[in-house]
Design a protein around this ligand. Sequence first.
Ligand code: ATP
Ligand code: MG
Ligand code: MG
Length: 552
Amino acid sequence: AKARDGSKTASSFALGLSHAIKGEVVTRFPPEPSGYLHIGHAKAAMLNQYFAEMYNGKLIIRFDDTNPTKERTEFEETILEDLRLLGIHGDSVTHTSDYFEQLYQLALNLVKVGKAYADDTNSSHAMDIPCECDVKQHGRLSQMAHDRWHGLPSRRRDASIQENLKWFTEMKVGSEEGLKWCLRAKLSIDDPNKALRDPVIYRTNVATHHRTGNKWKIYPTYDFACPMVDSIEGVTHALRTNEYRDRNPQYTWMINATSMRQVHIWDFSRLNFIYTVLSKRKLHWFVDQALVSGWDDPRFPTVRGIRRRGMTVEAIRQFMLSQGPSQAVVSLEWDSIWVLNKKVIDPIAPRFWALSKQDIVPVTVKGATEGYIVRTQPKHKKNLAVGKKDVIYAPSIFVEQGDAASFQDQEEITLMSWGNAIVNSILRSPSGKIISVEVILNLHGDFQMTSKKVTWLAAPTEQYCLAEIALVDFDYLITKKKIEEGDNLQNFVTPLSEFREDAWADANVFDLVKGEIIQFERKGYYIFDGTGRNNRLEFIRIPDGKASSLAR
Ligand code: ATP
Ligand code: MG
Ligand code: MG
């Protein structure tokens, strides 16, 4: 039941949607307001917008708010903000809860025509579809999951309509007895597709709903609410991750059973990345354990997290559209999206210089103007539109230990944006570390003839200063490529995943605004994250997709 011809979907992406009429296509993105958007949601949202635009149609942002225990208004606000950040503007914002009355009437009608029944079989920790991983995880299935797994009927399955109506009413008022019951669609006991084995369509919950308060004690499940609301709202094409493929016949059944308008389903593959958790429950866990600084932690795969780490919306969009037709459910490498990002930022990121503080070597430059001079230089040699910066030239400068250690006596090197210089003397400590260097400017020298192009900074004096900065880099939050159902996350938390290095940078970085993306030449791309600890300007390293900067 799982296999399906992938080629149809693959080509349908290139050509567009099937059964799509210009001006009439309606798609929807249905986030549950129970957490922040992550990169997987970004894929779903962008594909929905892509098709809506392609057909001059409409995109509905629908908050799927059917579980009051998990949902909050705060999350609706942040989701809308994140969608705006991603350049996604729905034509309308709706809520599943707008339709609670209608959904109730539809379910009631299913009971009345004998297509749904009330059940009090224990289902305390049953998932909607029992699967092998439940068995692994819990060791023991709830009664309902067990029965569905083995294709056994509930003892309530053939209760009279009168009796079902009675229990559904008890559920609706939230009576003590009613709370023990749920409502199930009467599809099949033992269909090979387990998603069709009498799925639950209504549950009780006495928690206060963030929009409807205590009006309702019963809530539709996703399996029921999704097809109903899609149909009610005029959705023509429902984009669903292919993990729901087994549920597609169930979706169609719901629509037929209620005589609602059919909706075309278009499957796409769920996005996963290695060393990354995308489940909201697990992301909540990291936040609750204070293992991250918040939902916008740069190590998080949330829209906020990756944006804070320097991912551009343009790169996300390109990546998602390139993924569009794929049906393969694999865990992707982060490198491929960071490579796209690098292509976006490289031509426009202003360039500055920074030197690691602990690696600094003082250099005396013979032939440099006494005191200092200031010259304007382009912030990006290949893109003058990026603007200009001031560079200070002085007889006393810093270079990095790594560069200094490579110098040979009398070697001709190039001081970037200055000119060539000849290494005149090198002072070494007994351990071989370079203590200081003296060079003699040779401004007529040809920089094409030197093999070392060195970044440098004028050593600070009373007249001019350097910026004290921190370079921050991150590792994956978890040590396992793919967390399996049943894994204890605790055992796979990377012990140390944040790395800081103090550095000096040229004073031009004082003009940066939080969120600006730059390049520290010969170091990499960074995003300015504002002023942090000890008043240092913090710069977060933006991965460039080359072999991870951190050796694993
Ligand atoms: P979780 O299981 O972590 O709670 P969810 O999938 O239930 O997440 P929703 O808010 O219900 O989160 O998701 C909104 C939409 O985003 C759904 O249509 C869902 O298919 C899609 N989506 C969620 N995760 C991914 C993913 N990893 N890749 C692609 N689409 C996704
Ligand atoms: Mg969901
Ligand atoms: Mg999910």
